[in-house]
Write a protein that binds this ligand. Structure first.
Ligand code: SF4
Length: 300
């Protein structure tokens, strides 16, 4: 298996106690089976503390959040008590991985960092180099990818080239991206905002932002650079899930809608782009239900 990632991936580091939107607050923390059995058989005195915080929800074990919706191991200073006591290897899978995401092909795995994390958003949107997908490791097994996988990766590469052609304005590049896959343009942003407001709402800040959004009043800003990065991120992350042409078109429209919406939020409300992208990501990408509903709308 070959492991690939965008060229900025290795620069990511969690900023822990400096993080204003810690992933250890407000998110359910499911415990994978291997970690659960490790915790259940732990003889270290801290094992008892860990076990005290485990609860079952349906068939899934998770850490019970405090009434302030914080992970029970998150200290007031923003550091993780479990890491401080037992080291990083003691964490369950989801805590070790977050904010990383993975896509799987026959002989290829891709990894990236999700924009719901403020540090990932800063890194992805602000880096100056062109985005390239690079190989991180190779186990030497030279299996061919399936034909459809090759075709999808080649298409994503072409879309990357279109979006990174900085000799033309970004708005035109975004239109060319849609044309490349014969996807319908997205013109009526207010009706898309209504659709977004009909989805499951996770963070009240998102609802508040959408509520006050006035698509007519904008102060133009030069956001081409970070918005280019934002679309590349959305394509990198979501195109591998597209199983047919209609899903490919919907995913490309998803990237376009993200671009249009985040640009409008920044120009109408003065929200910094890292924050607008972070909210879009946590509200849409980190809710399977919201992503699926939006993709279904975009398939029209
Ligand atoms: S959101 Fe990102 S930077 Fe903040 S605590 Fe989580 S991984 Fe670290």
């Amino acid at each position: 298996m070959k492991l690939y990632a965008p060229n900025y991936y290795k620069d990511f580091h969690c900023i822990a106690s400096d993080c204003k939107h810690s992933c250890c607050v407000g998110w359910e923390i499911d415990i994978d089976k291997d970690s659960l059995s490790r915790y259940q058989s732990m003889t270290h005195p801290y094992g008892e503390i860990i076990r005290k915080h485990i609860e079952m929800q349906d068939d899934t074990a998770c850490f019970a959040l405090t009434k302030e919706e914080r992970c029970p191991f998150l200290k007031e200073n923003g550091l993780c008590d479990m890491i401080l006591t037992l080291g990083e290897d003691s964490l369950c899978q989801i805590c070790r991985d977050h904010p990383r995401f993975r896509s799987f092909f026959s002989d290829r795995e891709e990894i990236g960092i999700g924009l719901c994390c403020e540090e990932a958003a800063r890194l992805v949107l602000c880096q100056k180099e062109k985005t390239e997908v690079v190989m991180l490791s190779d186990d030497g097994e030279n299996e061919d990818l399936w034909e459809e996988e090759d075709a999808l990766l080649a298409l994503r590469e072409k879309l990357f080239d279109i979006l990174q052609n900085r000799s033309i304005p970004l708005a035109e590049r975004a239109d060319r991206m849609l044309q490349k896959v014969s996807a319908k343009p997205i013109t009526d942003l207010p009706s898309w905002i209504e659709r977004l407001m009909s989805l499951e709402q996770l963070d009240p800040a998102w609802q508040k932002l959408l509520n006050k959004l006035n698509t007519q009043e904008r102060t133009p800003k030069d956001l081409d650079w970070p918005l280019e990065k934002f679309m590349l991120y959305l394509l990198y992350r979501h195109l591998p899930n597209a199983e047919d042409e209609s899903e490919i078109r919907a995913t490309v429209r998803f990237a376009y809608l993200g671009y249009l919406l985040v640009k409008t939020i920044c120009e109408n409300t003065n929200t910094p782009i890292e924050e607008a992208a972070r909210l879009f990501s946590s509200e849409i990408e980190y809710s399977e239900e919201n992503t699926a509903t939006l993709m279904a709308f975009l398939r029209e």
